[in-house]
Every structure is written in structure tokens, then in C-alpha cells.
Design a protein around this ligand. Sequence first.
Ligand SMILES: [Cu+2]
Ligand SMILES: [Zn+2]
Length: 165
Amino acid sequence: MKKIKSNIKNYKNMIGSGKADAMAFIRGGADNKNLFGTASFTQKLNGVLVTTEVFNLPADQQYGGAFHGYHIHTGSRCIGNEQDEFADTGGHYNPKNYPHPYHAGDMPPLLSNNGYAYSSFLTNRFDVADIIGRTVIIHADADDFTTQPSGNSGKKIACGEIVKI
Ligand SMILES: [Cu+2]
Ligand SMILES: [Zn+2]
């Protein structure tokens, strides 16, 4: 009991505590107008805690929910062209010129639960300062963690611009 109490007293050292340093407001593209969510980025001593909550991912009629590729892309704005509405986000954030899935911006896929996804994980591949002014992208399909340069994860269905808070 004494040990539990001292752990509680030290809760400030726990990974889930503390205020986020940067955030992205995620919105769906033309095919997913009801999709919305947030990603928050909290700098920790051993990496960045990335916490994401997304609503209204596209329904998977057959199975109820799918994995969706999820990356930090290099570009700063959620805009594009007729073929790819988020084309300006560019490729995966990859300052060391590594292959996929070793890009700094490669993240665990989001798991859709009938359209709702929640994820929280730690990555030491970047600091918060490195990704401010970049973008998060959610893809239509799963990331196969093999195909170059982006894991064959399909269309960019949602995007958020990462801002300092
Ligand atoms: Cu991507
Ligand atoms: Zn990648």
C-alpha cells in the first residue's frame, strides 16, 4: 500500500500526464465529410507521446472496422488537387532518408471500431519541434509496412495540420 501511495504521488512522471505541446485538428476529405478528430503531441524525455481520437472513419461493411495507415507527412497544409485533395502534404516525414516503415513519420495504424479509433503510443523518431508545421494523414487502407515509399495504404482520406499549442 505504501508503494502504491508513493507511485500515486509521483504520477507526474507517468507517461500519460502533462499538457500537450502540439495538436492537429483532423478533418475528412470530400468522401468523408463527417470524419473529425484530434491528434496531440506531448514531448517526453524518451520520445513524443502521440494520442489520437477520430470519429466517423469510413464503415467497413463486411467486417465492421479496418486498419488505416497513419503517418506524419512532410507538407504543411491539407490542400491538394483534383486527383489527390491532400497532395500538398507530400511524402512521409523522412529527414534521414530511410526506407518505409523506418521513416520518422511512420506511426502505428489506427484501428477503426465501426468508425471510431483511439490510439496512444510513444515514438522517439522525432521531437515535437520537428513536426510543428507538418501534417498527419489517415489513409483508406492498412499500411503493409513493406511497399515503398508509403506502405500501399491508399487514398488520403483525412488530414490535420500540426500546430504548437
Ligand atoms: Cu501517409
Ligand atoms: Zn513511411
